[in-house]
Design a protein around this ligand. Structure first.
Ligand code: SF4
Ligand code: SF4
Length: 376
């Protein structure tokens, strides 16, 4: 018996879990795609695909599309094997199921509503908070803290970021406990880290890249992911260096254009402009059989929020000495706050769960297979 995907917390497979199990049974007999990514070798270590196995494999899949375009059993074949779509549907469901607090899983099912609410509330918060009018020039020019005291911003963003980290931590520990392959060894952890940082499984298994709109290979999705990911890390590094300047060195903002925080933030902001714009472009051209159409709002909303965050940040830097600075600051802080609020309940979570799945795989592949078949 299968159950609707709205039913959680039961041992009976839902529709999306059953579909992953079905396609994996066919793939396990075929094994043509064995070298494409980590999903297929992980699959061959199993004969049956229970809920936990299906969740693990779904999060291990990078949705590169290669196995769909290579498959002789893909639609319109009667077997209708579509691995990326089956994995994507289940993956989206797992984000909602692992969410903490559990009631917040509903955010994944209403991505636009969640994003709009977070953004509106954040913009209103900063629009209503300033003691000084956002249309007044400040002294010295470019001094953000003339509008919002430094301590208030640190407290606000620090609290929300800490909550997001805890919520994501609880979610990923729920995922980890479902299929716990044991403690990671140093080589396993290092391999997983390398696979995360290089996005190895977006290379299609042959290095030429994944499929996007057709059966041609392209590295663009991987490159745009890298720009987004490393852009985010550079912005994070800029914030950390600014904190060192402020608290340890006693050097306070506004910082010169040639200072380390501004250079890091500018490079990160450019990465966070080009990366999400490119990913959005790829997403709009994506083959309709890839992925889960129901998650388009989750994907595109996240990219648009990243674009708003980086564009407003760069605009703020460019016009920080003008009277537009107050309005730009409210827009940028509102976008960053909305990003922080939706970290555990939006597309950002996919990077955390996929990294955990890659670590599971790096541990599991070093263990003797429990199947005890001829080749083991
Ligand atoms: S996706 Fe198709 S070709 Fe690839 S292993 Fe599965 S059944 Fe075989
Ligand atoms: S879509 Fe790509 S990453 Fe996912 S199972 Fe197929 S080949 Fe592997």
């Amino acid at each position: 018996m299968q159950m609707s995907d709205n039913v959680i917390g039961t041992n009976t497979p839902t529709d999306s879990e059953a579909e992953v199990a079905r396609v994996m049974q066919i793939c396990n007999a075929c094994r043509y795609c064995e070298g494409f990514c980590a999903v297929f070798p992980a699959m061959t270590r199993r004969i049956e695909f229970g809920k936990a196995d299906a969740h693990y494999l779904a999060n291990l899949c990078h949705n590169c599309g290669s196995c769909l375009h290579a498959c002789q059993y893909a639609p319109p074949h009667e077997f209708a094997v579509n691995v990326p779509q089956a994995m994507a549907r289940l993956r989206g469901k797992t984000y909602a199921d692992y969410a903490w607090p559990s009631c917040m899983g509903a955010c994944y099912r209403n991505a636009w509503g969640t994003l709009a609410l977070a953004l509106l509330a954040s913009l209103l918060l900063f629009a209503l908070m300033p003691a000084a009018s956002v249309f007044q020039p400040v002294d010295p020019p470019g001094n953000f803290f003339a509008f919002f005291p430094h301590g208030t911003l640190v407290w606000l963003f620090g609290t929300i970021f800490a909550f997001a980290a805890v919520a994501l931590g609880v979610g990923v520990s729920r995922f980890w406990q479902e299929v716990s392959p044991g403690t990671p060894s140093a080589p396993a952890a290092s391999e997983a880290m390398r696979n995360v940082l290089t996005l190895k499984y977006l290379d299609g298994g042959h290095g030429e890249g994944c499929n996007n709109e057709d059966d041609a290979f392209s590295l663009w999705r991987r490159n745009f992911h890298h720009l987004t990911f490393y852009g985010f890390l550079l912005c994070f590094a800029a914030t950390l260096v600014a904190a060192v300047y402020h608290y340890l060195l006693g050097i306070h903002a506004p910082y010169a254009l040639t200072s380390v925080p501004v250079l890091l933030g500018t490079a990160g902001g450019i990465g966070l402009m080009v990366g999400p714009a490119g990913l959005l472009w790829c997403n709009l051209r994506r083959h309709p059989l890839h992925g889960d159409p129901a998650q388009h709002t989750l994907d595109r909303g996240f990219m648009l929020l990243l674009l708003l965050t980086s564009a407003s940040g760069l605009a703020l830097l460019a016009w920080r000495d003008s009277t537009a600075m107050g309005v730009l600051l409210v827009t940028h802080l509102g976008a960053v706050m909305a990003f922080f609020l939706t970290l555990p309940y939006g597309k950002f979570a996919h990077g955390i769960y996929r990294s955990a799945a890659l670590l599971k795989w790096a541990i599991e592949k070093r263990q003797t297979s429990g199947l005890k078949l001829g080749g083991d």
